[in-house]
Design a binder for this molecule. Sequence first.
Ligand code: MGP
Length: 209
Amino acid sequence: MSTNNIETENERNEDKEQDIVDPVDFSIKHPLQNKWTLWYFENDRTNTWEKNQKVIASFDTVEDFWSLYNHIKLASELRQGCDYSLFKHGVRPMWEDETNKRGGRWLISLDRKQRGNDLDRFWLDIILCLIGEAFENSDDVCGAVVNIRSKGDKIGIWTKNATRSEAVLEIGRKLKERLRIKPKDQIGYQAHKDTIDKASSMTKTSYNI
Ligand code: MGP
């Protein structure tokens, strides 16, 4: 075989390799900045409140989030008294957790007719804000909770520290904008300690926007 022939053979092999290597590798998933855990609460009176919080699954890629979301019931399909909570991995969806205990929540209270229109859209938009790190102060965000209740559903966005007013307000403003809540419809922020201590059915709000 002449040297020329060897070169041609090498060139052919190189061409074949280029054909085989696909520039887009579909097995690579798109990582999220944080790992998140979805929790489910069902009010079983034979158990404590804490024990009724059950982990559904954790995910840290876009693809794993959508396969989980597409697999579970919409919030509007849950029974009365149930919750979904989505928290950063390692943070339990409760006031007592070290990351939550100095914090509070932006509370969005929905009236009954909003279960049909706004509830699922709000909850999905909030999840996408969380996992997409939509806030300038995303580090202050711990998670979010949706409560399905006969008296009116609620969504809370939990932040780390109720005294960090700039971060709390930025998160609240972005939330209102992303959910397209009308400027005249106020939402309030409650420190968890005030929710725990509430003397009447009304909890004091630390900020309103
Ligand atoms: P809820 O589920 O947040 O709201 O709290 P709901 O059902 O609308 O009731 P309301 O009180 O806001 O009108 C219901 C109850 O669950 C609370 O009173 C507590 O007993 C318990 N609970 C709720 N959370 C968020 C916690 C928590 O973080 N820790 C503990 N230990 N109990 C909680």
